[in-house]
Design a protein around this ligand. Structure first.
Ligand SMILES: [Zn+2]
Length: 360
C-alpha cells in the first residue's frame, strides 16, 4: 500500500520561545466544563460524552529516559532504510487500542533528511479532519504527554524513546518538553501533518531498548566497563547494552580492524586506513568528507563524534601497533551509545570493538 507520506518539512529546529499549549488549554476547558456540570448537579450528563481510550500503559520500575534528540544522519543510507522494532511496536499498540489505522515507518532515501529513512519514524494516519479519527489522535497526544505514577512528566513519550512528534501544524519536541509549537508548513494537509501524526524515535527507542517495553531504562555502564561491537557491513548504528550516566566522564576505547572492500590491503581501523604500504588518517570521500572510514560514536549532536586519539601514535595520528584509539566523553544526560562505520559498506567485513569505562 502506498501511503501519502510527506517529507517532514524542515529539519526540526530547537525553538526557545515558550509556545501556546493547545492540549493544556483543551484540558483546562474540559476541567471547567466538568466543574460547571457538577456545580449544576448534572453530573449524569458527563456519562453521555464518549470517552476515547488511551493505549494500555505498563507499570515501570524506578528510573526514566531523558528527553533526547538524535537527528537523522546525512547522507541517508539505503541499507539502513528498514523498519525498526520500536516504531512497529507502537503501531501495533495503537492498532490494538483503536482498530487498524494506516501507518508507515520506512521511506527510501530521496535526498531529504528524515528519521523515516532510518526506519525510526512512524506516520499514523489519524486525520484531524475526520471526526472519528481526531479524538483518537488527541487521546494519543495527551497520553504521550502524561505523567507517570512516579511523577515524571511527559513520561510515555520519554519511555517510548519518542524524540518529537508533529500533528495538525504543531511540533511537540523533546527539546521543549513536548509542548506544542507552531509548525510552519504552508497549506498541504500532509506536509502540515493534518492527516497524520509523525513520531520520531531515538536509537534506543527505535531498537525498543527503552523502559516502556523493558520495564526500566538500560542499566548504567557497570564498574568493569561495557563492550559492544560495530559490524563494518551494517549501515544501522550498533547500540550499547548499557548507558552512560549524566555528568560522569567515560573513556571509550575502539580497537580492531575491518575490511572496507574486497580489494587486497583494504583494511581500516577506527581512525586510519591502509594506503599502499603506510596508514593514513587523512582519507576522505564525497559522502563522508574527512570522516570517511572513521568510526562514529553517538549519542546525539552534543556528544561523541569520529575524532580518535591513538593509544600509541605510530605516525600521523595512527596506531598500527595495536589499532587502539580513545575518546573521552561526558554526557549531559544519561544515554546509550551508538557506533557506526562511515563507509559505503560495499564489500565490507569484520567489526570494531568499543569498550566503555567510567573514569574513577
Ligand atoms: Zn512522518
Amino acid at each position: 500500500m502506498t501511503l501519502p507520506l510527506s517529507t517532514d518539512g524542515p529539519h526540526p529546529s530547537q525553538p526557545t520561545s515558550r509556545p501556546t499549549s493547545r492540549p493544556t488549554s483543551r484540558r483546562r476547558r474540559r476541567a471547567s466544563a466538568a466543574l460547571l456540570i457538577s456545580a449544576l448537579g448534572l453530573a449524569g450528563l458527563a456519562a453521555c460524552a464518549p470517552v476515547t481510550p488511551q493505549p494500555a500503559t505498563p507499570t515501570f520500575a524506578a528510573g526514566i529516559e531523558p528527553t533526547l534528540y538524535e537527528p537523522a544522519a546525512k547522507p541517508c543510507e539505503a541499507a539502513n532504510a528498514y523498519d525498526k522494532p520500536g516504531p512497529l511496536a507502537l503501531r501495533n499498540l495503537l492498532n490494538a487500542t483503536y482498530g487498524t489505522i494506516a501507518a508507515g515507518v520506512t521511506r527510501s532515501c530521496d535526498g531529504s533528511t528524515s528519521e523515516h529513512h532510518e526506519g525510526r519514524a512512524l506516520d499514523w494516519m489519524a486525520d484531524y479532519r475526520n471526526p472519528t479519527l481526531q479524538p483518537k489522535a488527541l487521546a494519543v497526544i495527551d497520553w504521550m504527554r502524561s505523567s507517570d505514577t512516579q511523577g515524571n512528566t511527559t513520561a510515555v513519550a520519554r519511555r517510548l524513546g519518542v524524540e518529537y512528534f508533529i500533528y495538525n501544524k504543531q511540533m511537540y519536541g523533546s527539546w521543549n518538553n513536548f509542548n506544542p509549537t507552531p509548525y510552519s508548513c504552508g497549506t498541504d494537509p500532509t506536509a502540515c501533518h493534518v492527516d497524520h501524526i509523525h513520531f520520531s524515535f531515538t536509537w534506543a527507542g527505535a531498537y525498543k531498548q527503552v523502559s516502556f517495553w523493558r520495564g526500566s531504562p538500560l542499566p548504567a555502564v557497570p564498574a568493569g566497563g561495557t563492550t559492544f561491537s560495530v559490524a563494518a557491513a551494517n549501515a544501522a548504528p550498533a547500540l550499547s547494552p548499557t548507558q552512560l550516566v549524566a555528568g560522569r566522564t567515560y573513556t571509550i576505547e575502539a580497537s580492531g580492524t575491518y575490511r572496507f572492500s574486497t580489494a587486497a590491503g583494504a583494511i581500516a581501523d577506527a581512525e586510519c586506513s591502509a594506503a599502499g604500504t603506510s596508514w593514513t588518517a587523512g582519507r576522505s570521500n564525497p559522502t563522508y568528507g574527512t570522516s570517511a572510514l572513521d568510526l562514529l560514536v553517538g549519542g546525539n549532536s552534543s556528544f561523541g563524534g569520529s575524532t580518535w586519539t591513538p593509544v600509541s601514535d605510530t605516525g600521523g595520528g595512527c596506531n598500527t601497533r595495536d589499532h587502539r584509539y580513545r575518546m573521552t566523553v561526558r554526557p549531559r544526560v544519561s544515554m546509550p551509545i551508538t557506533g557506526v562505520v562511515l563507509d559505503d559498506r560495499v564489500g565490507n567485513s569484520g567489526s570494531l570493538t568499543l569498550r566503555v569505562v567510567a573514569a574513577s
